[in-house]
Design a protein. Structure first.
Ligand SMILES: C[S@@+](CC[C@H](N)C(=O)[O-])C[C@H]1O[C@@H](n2cnc3c(N)ncnc32)[C@H](O)[C@@H]1O
Length: 229
C-alpha cells in the first residue's frame, strides 16, 4: 500500500502539479523559450546568475513553485521507503510538492520527521497548508530562513535521507553542515546538482560518498549519492 497514489493525496498532488505548471509556465518560457526543454547550458546560466546574490534571485521567484516532476517525486518517495527513513532533511521546500512525497513515505513506513527549509516565508506558509491538506502536518517541521542558519542546530538524531533542492551554489556548504548527522548508508539526492565543487566532492570516494548522475529530466543535473562512511 502507498498513500502517494491513493486518495486523498493523489488528487491533491494532481491539483498542485496543475497549479505549478500554470504558475511557472511564463518563467519557463522566458528562460528557455516556448516548448523547449531546459538544457545544461540554461542551468549553468542560472547558476552564474544565482551566485551573484542567491537571496535576491529567490526573492524574485517567490511566486514560482520550481517543483520536482511527478517522476522525480515518485523516486524520492521510493528512496525514502526503501531506506525505511525516519529522519529526512530537505533544503528548499518551496510550496511543499517534494515534501509531500517524502512525508508520505514517512507515514507509510510508520512515522518520522521531515525537516524542511525555505527562505521565503509566504512559500513556507503555503507548504505548511499543503502538507496539512495532505494530512501530513504532524510529520513536518518547516523552518523559515536561510538553510545555512536554520540547519545549524535542532537536528535531533541521525538523518537517513537528504534532498538538496535549494540555491544551486549552496549544495556543498549545506551538505557539510549536515555531515555530522548522516547515517552510514544515508541517501543524498540532489535535484539540479550542477555546481562543480559539489559534484567533485561527492564523486570523490575519499570524502565518504559514492555518487552517480541520474537519467531523470535530462540536463537538470540530478545526482544520487550514498554515504559510505
Ligand atoms: C527548486 S525550489 C524547491 C522546490 C521543492 N523542493 C519542490 O519540489 O516543490 C528551491 C527553493 O529553495 C529556496 N531556497 C533557496 N535558497 C535557500 C536557502 N539558502 N535556504 C532556504 N531555502 C532556500 C527557494 O526560495 C525555493 O523556493
Amino acid at each position: 500500500m502507498d498513500s502517494l497514489t491513493t486518495a486523498p493525496i493523489v488528487e491533491l498532488l494532481e491539483q498542485l502539479f496543475r497549479k505549478a505548471e500554470a504558475a511557472d509556465r511564463p518563467l519557463h518560457e522566458a528562460f528557455v523559450g516556448e516548448g523547449e526543454k531546459i538544457s545544461a547550458e540554461h542551468m549553468r546560466t542560472f547558476l552564474d546568475e544565482e551566485a551573484k546574490d542567491y537571496q535576491a534571485t529567490y526573492r524574485t521567484l517567490a511566486g514560482n513553485y520550481l517543483n520536482v516532476s511527478p517522476e522525480f517525486g515518485k523516486f524520492l518517495y521510493m528512496c525514502a521507503r526503501t531506506r525505511k527513513a525516519t529522519r529526512i532533511v530537505e533544503f528548499g521546500t518551496s510550496f511543499g510538492v517534494s515534501a509531500i512525497h517524502l512525508a508520505c513515505a514517512l507515514r507509510d513506513s510508520g512515522g518520522g520527521q521531515l525537516i524542511g527549509t525555505e527562505l521565503e516565508a509566504t512559500k513556507a506558509a503555503a507548504a505548511r497548508d499543503n502538507l496539512a491538506a495532505a494530512g501530513l502536518a504532524d510529520l513536518v517541521d518547516i523552518r523559515v530562513g536561510d538553510a545555512l542558519e536554520t540547519l545549524k542546530e535542532g537536528i535531533s538524531g541521525d538523518v537517513d535521507l537528504v534532498h538538496l533542492d535549494g540555491a544551486f551554489n549552496l549544495y556543498l556548504p549545506v551538505l557539510k553542515l549536515l555531515e555530522p548527522h548522516l547515517k552510514a548508508g544515508a541517501l543524498v539526492i540532489g535535484e539540479n546538482a550542477i555546481e562543480p565543487a559539489y559534484l567533485d566532492y561527492v564523486r570523490d570516494p575519499r570524502n565518504g560518498y559514492l555518487s552517480v548522475a541520474m537519467p531523470f529530466d535530462a540536463g537538470r543535473g540530478n545526482e544520487f549519492t550514498v554515504v559510505t562512511r
